[in-house]
Design a protein around this ligand. Structure first.
Ligand code: HEM
Length: 618
């Protein structure tokens, strides 16, 4: 990246201001400037890079955009102070001093208060004044881990469009959903997503430009399609993992399991088999301590604090984590999360797998049996490696792409499954559990695999089961907060003028709790997805996002969730452990801990369930 020294024109949204300070901002020039330029804010699919070798390039472009108002304010304050000091020094006559003081104060007031509150086009959008004045007001909610609920409250108070920052707006309507996230939308992911770069390389999740994103998505979209997922080898892989999970539950003392952990093992073993095939399949469900340890750094609550620092103070965070030798020890007590930080283990594992795969491909490593399918995501991307075709991907680009899917595929699926089992295990929801059991028991023998469990295809056809998954995702979407988007030209959303580079978004949490669409919205009721009201409900269902950036792992996640749920409820009745009778499990979603707020107690990263077999054996 290089910086040029050309003065930077005020952003379009501010260009109407006649008397902006003459600061010489410098524009970032880089091949990745599209993404760097993108904007503001903060939140996972999952993962921060904080080890020395893996820290992504970030900082100046981000600060330039998201800190524009703060930077200019600071410049104004310091230049005014210097001016005042000079005037004082030369002992100017009092009347010119008064004029200069007054002009400065007026300009400052215009700049700090009048511009954001009255002159900025976003000032037409309702919302609390403090949020409009400074981005640090929303950052405070992030710090407290209450962003999603705070934005939800603001929507209830101010309506479907709320200004939540000087340059940030949250919407809550289907029309805004179409404009921002619909097919062909011009809005791209903001700079916020760059915290998901891996090994310093961008991937599907972090591209801002629709062109780069589209080109990458084309390489893997077929591998994630529903047709691929319903048949071998993908379907047999999922069925094999379901079998392993059932064996794991059988081996748990008294069939009591902390499903937060065991479901993480399940999703971990699925995603690694799918991405890496034999080169990197984990065996956490078989008891591998090394593989189980991979999820260890997900559990550290400091992960949320690190997300906050990475998003709100990127340069400082980068600086802190890239110190070496003596400085490294000196800054250690101030690190938001001690090293190794979030996902370091997973990212290292993923890079080792890729290295071993590449060595094998190039004949440098033997002893790994090729699975013959060439169907893993890594195998598919290898066909686009620069040794296989001109201008192909380099090593770290392939490794980054795989690692990103790896990180995206663990918590999302396992947290959803955990909330599903927890919801069905509540005494008031036993009726739904029983109806599900009747449905999965009705799966005909020819739709069971050789282990006696429903196939992926048969599970996919269970309507009641699908409704239960939807209801779980409605209330407990693992990414409940909004997915920030921006576009580099002025635009319009729901009739509001949106200046270029404003961050806009919609949060599933609020969409999914609209009382006009979902009657009694806080209650778990899968049947709302089955009656005549289901058509309208479906229009508001948004757990996997939509348009070109929609979750690519949707069908893999659904295969994992439907097939395991069918197997569990054909075999067991599930009940809450006594400690969970009045408690909600809590999961980490970016800066926040997310849980069911109707319960008085939260049990972070734990959910203990008793699996009771129907034949009375346990
Ligand atoms: C219940 C499970 C899951 C949920 C609720 C979920 C949700 C989401 C959401 C909401 C997004 C869009 C984020 C945005 O708009 O910025 C997304 C993107 C993504 N998800 Fe998932 N996800 C799940 C499972 C998975 C799995 C198993 C994978 C494994 C590969 C995966 C891989 C991805 C990737 C790579 C993207 C970026 C897609 C793109 O930009 O084209 N997800 N996911």
């Amino acid at each position: 990246m290089t910086w040029n020294s050309a003065p930077f024109a005020p952003p379009p949204g501010l260009s109407y201001l006649p008397s902006l300070p003459r600061l010489r901002f410098r524009r970032l020039e880089s091949s990745t400037s599209d993404a760097i330029d993108a904007g503001d804010d903060g939140s996972s699919v999952s993962g921060l890079v904080t080890s020395d070798e893996f820290y992504p390039s970030c900082g100046r472009g981000y600060l330039f955009r998201c800190g524009l108002v703060e930077a200019k304010t600071l410049a104004w304050v310091s230049s005014s102070t210097v001016m005042i000091a000079i005037l004082d020094k030369v002992k100017m006559a009092s009347w010119p001093a008064i004029i200069v003081y007054s002009a400065s104060s007026l300009a400052l007031a215009t700049y700090l208060i009048l511009e954001p509150l009255f002159l900025n086009p976003l000032s037409r959008i309702p919302g609390p004044k403090l949020f409009a004045l400074t981005k640090w007001r929303l950052a405070l909610e992030d710090w407290k881990g209450t962003r999603t609920q705070a934005i939800d409250r603001l929507h209830r108070q101010y309506g479907p469009a709320v200004r939540i920052g000087p340059s940030e707006v949250s919407f809550n309507s289907l029309s805004a959903l179409r404009t921002i996230y619909g097919p062909g939308s011009r809005y791209g992911r903001t700079y916020f997503y760059r915290m998901f770069d891996v090994y310093g390389k961008q991937n599907l999740f972090t591209f801002h430009s629709p062109v780069e994103h589209g080109q990458r998505k084309k390489l893997v979209s077929h591998a994630y399609s529903k047709t691929t997922m319903l048949k071998p080898p993908a379907a047999s892989m999922v069925e094999d993992k379901v079998h392993k999970y059932m064996k794991l539950i059988e081996s748990e003392p008294d069939h009591v399991s902390d499903v937060f952990n065991t479901l993480h093992y399940y999703s971990l073993d699925n995603i690694t088999a799918f991405l890496y095939g034999k080169y990197g399949s984990t065996s956490a469900m078989d008891g591998s301590e090394a593989h189980r340890a991979l999820i260890g750094d997900i559990l550290d609550p400091a992960r949320r604090r690190l997300s906050w620092f990475t998003v709100h103070l990127p340069s400082l965070t980068r600086w802190l984590y890239t110190r070496t030798d003596l400085m490294e020890s000196l800054v250690a007590p101030f690190l938001p999360m001690q090293k190794p930080a979030t996902y370091t283990g997973i990212r290292k594992f993923a890079l080792d797998v890729y290295t071993s795969f590449k060595n094998h491909k190039q004949g440098k490593e033997t002893g790994i049996e090729d699975d013959g399918h060439g169907s893993s995501i890594m195998e598919r991307l290898w066909q686009h490696h620069n040794t296989q075709r001109e201008n192909g991907m380099d090593d770290l680009e392939i490794a980054s792409e795989c690692a990103d899917h790896f990180l995206a595929g663990i918590d999302t699926t396992s947290d959803t499954l955990m909330f599903l089992v927890w919801s069905l295990s509540q005494p008031r929801n036993k009726v739904f559990q029983e109806k599900l059991r009747q449905e999965v028991l009705g799966i005909p023998a020819e739709s069971l695999n050789e282990r006696g469990y429903p196939t992926v295809e048969a599970s996919d056809k269970c309507a009641y089961l699908q409704a239960i998954i939807k209801e779980t995702l409605r209330l407990y979407a693992p990414l409940p907060s909004y997915e920030p988007r921006s576009v580099q030209v002025d635009s319009e959303v729901d009739g509001y003028a949106i200046p270029a580079d404003t961050v806009v978004g919609i949060q599933p949490y609020t969409l999914h709790r609209n009382p006009e669409v979902f009657e009694d919205p806080l209650t778990f009721n899968p049947e709302r997805w089955l009656g005549p009201q289901a058509a309208e409900a479906n229009r508001w269902f948004w757990a996997f996002s939509s348009g070109g950036r929609m979750c690519i792992g949707l069908h893999l996640a659904m295969a994992e969730m439907t097939t395991l749920t069918a197997a569990i409820y054909r075999t067991y009745q599930t009940n809450l452990a006594p400690a969970f009778k009045q408690a909600s499990p809590g999961i980490t979603a970016r800066f926040e801990m997310f849980y069911d707020e109707r319960f008085p107690t939260i049990k972070e990263h734990s959910c203990i369930i008793k699996f009771q077999s129907f034949d009375g054996s346990v």
